[in-house]
Design a binder for this molecule. Sequence first.
Ligand code: ADP
Ligand code: DP6
Ligand code: CO
Length: 333
Amino acid sequence: MATEAQAQWVLTATGRSPTNIAVIKYWGKRDEALILPVNDSISVTLDPDHLSATTTVAASPAFPSDRMWLNGKEIALSGGRFQSCLREIRKRARDVEDEKRGIKIKKEDWEKLHVHIASYNNFPTAAGLASSAAGFACLVFTLGKLMNVNEDYGELSSIARQGSGSACRSIYGGFVKWCMGKSDDGSDSMAVQLVDESHWDDLVIIIAVVSSKQKETSSTSGMRDTVETSPLLQYRAQTVVPGRILKMEEAIKNRDFESFARIISLVEKWNHSEGTPQVAYTFDAGPNAVLIARNRKTAALLLQRLLYCFPPQENNLDSYMVGDKSILSSAGV
Ligand code: ADP
Ligand code: DP6
Ligand code: CO
């Protein structure tokens, strides 16, 4: 029985996780509940100063239920994804002792203790910049810290995957591969680090935010529609992606920008005029362009050109019609 003094305590942990942007995309699930993908994917984890989720989790005997606030607004935890992450971390919880405050929590107590979770993203949420990746990686990591979980990063990545697929890759920095795995229970579907953040530190990632509004189609429902309606998805997953994964891994290991880069429009013209590619680009499920410059000098030129072609404007028809294009961040990786 908790004494009245003990019933007052609140134990907290805070963590921060960056988002990641895929260069070989995850698109399509073979199992919706466990979040098992139809293909391997590769991403780069960004710098947490610019695009990250910060999450504080608190446990107290005074909390009658689990609750969560996202960017200051309460959201329902009833969705299966939050429940999966909470369940999997609680299962692995261990004893916690705070001698100074006289708090002792036995591992079996965690099943009954409720948590309050508050998370903030320092970039647009649900706008195609992978907030679900930063958010669920951070949630799992921080809950793990609170409950003194001892699991390795592979295991944590597998739990984060059950919150949002792309989240399994945000457990690591640098370039990361999510191995789709073969098993039905998802135990081998987790991320591994290919190279750490120091390996290719010339690269500069610039994100041009065309719209920070919540996208109309979530990644989850977009990929569900693709699985249900596209005869090309299986072809992509089985025939196209495996070869590209190998090429991309090679390019990353060798810091081979020519092989790494893909081109369009402004980027395309520039790369053609230079002879060798200077800038690579990618989009996630949303309108916002992610541009990857091969080094800082190129990044400075790219920023100049972007600001010239798409000057940030407010409250005029043009920018209303085409969206509030602005440069959100320029982050070294
Ligand atoms: P995005 O392109 O931003 O990843 P998604 O549609 O994939 O968009 O995911 C958005 C959802 O991710 C949100 O509705 C919310 O459920 C979850 N999410 C976003 N940020 C966080 C966070 N910091 N903590 C927990 N969950 C989050
Ligand atoms: C286009 O991970 O957001 O960003 O697993 O349903 O939560 P759920 O989807 P999510 O999808 C990401 C799709 C993508 C590509 C990628 O990150 O690999
Ligand atoms: Co997402």
